[in-house]
Design a protein around this ligand. Structure first.
Ligand SMILES: [Zn+2]
Length: 74
């Protein structure tokens, strides 16, 4: 089976309840399962469908801070 490059997506989340962050995460190219991968750990296979994964030349981005949530109007 030929290894495929994972697909990268970005997702926003809220840190500390008010900081808007953007996180880049990678998905299986075959079943779109979100892979538990990062700069220190890259699985060789998708844990859901078994697709072989190729993380060579992957550049890992740090989470980006997009801004702050506006405080609720009082
Ligand atoms: Zn998969």
């Amino acid at each position: 089976m030929k290894a495929m490059k994972p697909i990268f997506r970005t997702k926003q989340y809220i840190k500390y309840g008010f900081v808007k962050m953007e996180h880049e995460y990678c998905c299986c190219p075959k079943c779109r399962n979100i892979l538990n991968a990062g700069p220190n750990y890259q699985p060789e296979f998708c844990d859901r469908c078994g697709q072989a994964l190729d993380f060579s030349n992957t550049e890992w981005e740090e989470d980006k801070r997009l801004g702050f949530l506006k405080p609720e109007a009082v």
